[in-house]
Ligand binder design. Structure first.
Ligand code: DQA
Length: 143
């Protein structure tokens, strides 16, 4: 059973991109941390990243048949994408939203999330540790 961990635009640069905000861990580090938590509980993970909104949507559609839960950091699409929200609304399992930074401490345009209308929980401002915490919670939700 697989938990999808989806990442939106610019997160391929994690570790190099504005490290004062997002830290120095890379997406590979995030993947290792999430795999450890998931595998200990008997789940697999599939961590994916795209800069393309349509690709994220296609992966959410794939998740409908392939994943038991979705952890998603939609990055900037959080604040803009009705299409990502609509796609998540076609998924029947738990959805958890992750933001590395505390979006509520930042610009007002980051305070609104379309994805939060679907998410069963949100983690923001826990740095890259938030991903493994979200996977931990996902395991509990999947019970
Ligand atoms: C982010 C916060 C978003 O506002 C921003 O556009 C990102 C990353 C975060 O993880 O803190 O790209 O989702």
């Amino acid at each position: 059973e697989t938990i999808y961990i989806l990442n939106g635009p610019n997160l391929n640069l994690l570790g190099k991109r504005q490290p004062e905000i997002y830290g120095y861990d890379t997406l590979a580090d995030v993947e290792a941390a999430c795999a450890e938590v998931a595998e200990a509980a008997g789940y697999a993970i599939r961590l994916l990243q795209s800069n393309w909104e349509g690709q994220i949507i296609d992966w959410i559609h794939e998740a409908r048949n392939d994943a038991v839960g979705i952890v998603i950091n939609p990055a900037a699409f959080t604040h803009t994408s009705v299409a990502v929200l609509d796609a998540l609304n076609t998924f029947e399992g738990p959805v958890l939203e992750v933001h590395i930074s505390n979006v509520h401490k930042r610009e007002a345009f980051r305070h609104h999330s379309y994805v939060s209308l679907r998410a069963d929980g949100v983690i923001a401002g826990f740095g890259t540790e938030g991903y493994a915490l979200a996977v931990r919670r996902m395991v509990s939700l999947l019970g």
